[in-house]
Write a protein that binds this ligand. Sequence first.
Ligand SMILES: C[S@@+](CC[C@H](N)C(=O)[O-])C[C@H]1O[C@@H](n2cnc3c(N)ncnc32)[C@H](O)[C@@H]1O
Length: 362
Amino acid sequence: MDRIKQPPMPLVRVVEFVRGALVVLHRRLVPGPIALMEMITAGWLTQAIYAAANLGIADALVGGPRTGAQLARAVGAQEDALHRLMRLLISHGIFTRDARGRYALTPIARPLCGGSEVSLRDTVLFFGSEIHRRHWTHITDAVRTGEAVGATLDGKSFFEYVEDDRETGEIFDRAMTSISTLTMGPLLASYDFGRYRTIVDIGGGEGLLLGEILRGAPRSRGILFDLPEVVANAPARLAEAGVADRCAVASGSFFDGVPPGGDAYLLKHIVHDWDDERIGVILRVLRTAMTRDSRLLLVELVLPENNRPHPGKYIDLEMLVNTGGRERTESEYRDLLARAGFTLVRCVPTASPDTILEARLT
Ligand SMILES: C[S@@+](CC[C@H](N)C(=O)[O-])C[C@H]1O[C@@H](n2cnc3c(N)ncnc32)[C@H](O)[C@@H]1O
């Protein structure tokens, strides 16, 4: 995977600040009901993007602009209905339509292509999927009980569900890999992984991130660890990244044990999946595998203490509904780690909403 050029962090922060200020200004200027209505219909936009991804509209436009009739034929849609879908998407900058009525890609539409450098196609296919929508229908129950909805709806936890139902599981695994393509560049640009001889990616999915880390750290070796059915596709991915000879693949449950001997134990978007008690178990398992020189690297959407918008505030509800986990603030991470015998050494921000929390054994 080629690396996208990363913007400098101060610029990212200024843009975020200006954007936040404009959002606040807009909300103060428009009447409350109008501002609320916009937010109420925001979910329909997700579904419209889902339809575009499902139909493969972006992929059909990779070769260049197409008329409505050509596009409808290419994606198997009814032309007028497709026009109505495109009209909404275009109003949000997703696709354009020129004076001759031909549809084309925009920078926001391009990540809907399957093969693009940063592809969010599989992400939206999961967020628009039947199971995801069914679970979110029950968010009120989750808020009433504080429990994820899967146990009641499916008779099992989310991860048990995707382990058993491999059709859904594969959509989920691809979605996780897809989200990783978004945050990968900023992550690699912000941290020197090359200083570790052996990097163990715990819950590393299909190995996309570890493959890219090893590609940029030619003297390091890796161990990818995840559930057996999840790592099934990993050897092919690692070979694609050209690092298969430096990366072992191991499987099992991180509640039972993880490979020992790593210099760095990387857990990206793992801690947020679990409540404090379950994560305490995982951290204690990690302790037994680590030495005093090893480092624990958590990659998470650390929540700000302020009331400004932050992607972590959405994912926090996703965790409430689906996994029973939660997003946390820096001080909550510090306490969580301390209770399990770790000291938070430093927090490294990235140009994406992810932060790297580096910890060592206390
Ligand atoms: C939210 S995904 C994150 C995947 C990857 N680290 C990333 O950021 O793209 C959580 C991962 O934890 C894995 N996982 C869930 N339960 C596990 C367990 N008991 N043992 C090992 N891995 C597990 C899932 O298979 C999944 O790959």
